[in-house]
Design a binder for this molecule. Sequence first.
Ligand SMILES: O=C(O)CCC(=O)C(=O)O
Length: 276
Amino acid sequence: MGKVLSDAQIRRYREEGFVSPVDVMSEQEASEYLHRFEEAERRFPALAHAHKRNNVHLSFKCLDELAHHRVILDAVEDLIGAHFSLWATVLFCKEPQSPHYVSWHQDATYMGMSDTEFVTPWLALTPSTPTTGCMQMIPGSHQHIILEHEDTYAEDNILTRGQVAKGIDESTAVDLVLKPGQMSLHHAKVVHGSRPNTSAQRRVGFAMQSYMPPQVQQVVGNNLWLDIRGVNDRQNSRRLNRPEYDADPIAAADRDLADANLDDILYRGAAQKRGY
Ligand SMILES: O=C(O)CCC(=O)C(=O)O
């Protein structure tokens, strides 16, 4: 038994490449976080929108709190050990009845890391279901290599390059249905995607992408990390500051650096650069 995950859940993560659902907080607490996030979004529209969705935890206090939530970190520790840092976060908001989707992909493909043993918790702040466009995963797909991805730049595809992993058998895909306050945790190599939100409700998911042990290094861009737990010495790395309040300028300067670094890494060698 781990700190949060049972032996069966840990086994499932190792075998299937994800575990879901995991309770983090009550629906009531999740709706309070959603309210705080949407308030901050209204107050500081330039800091969080469809094309400014990376690293919002360095701007909004509520997301910084979520990235340091004890239950999330304990579950991460159950999977990758007691020493880890946070690389980045992504807010995946799908507006009601919108065409946006996420094609089948493996996160590690363009992240520029030295290793693929890292984990992404995805926390639902609203219901994540087949009609709101929940994530779907292919069990066991993390046990293979990084597949060839084709960059399509398809208009409604909200991945940076609209990249699509080739040769996927969708017939085994499973829906990750989450209530507000529940999370899934997925491996860097598991193949996953999500369909459009056809409902009348917004779907808000916060992906902490990803928590990584110190042996995982950024090898394409700069090593900019938020220290989370244990000892995380990486050569030539710079530690990011946490915001003390919404739009804190000290953390905002770090977010500018981290966002630019992430852009350089994710779009390295790409034929087009989009706003994601
Ligand atoms: O939120 C989604 O629909 C997709 C998220 C995703 O691909 C990820 O967190 O790695």
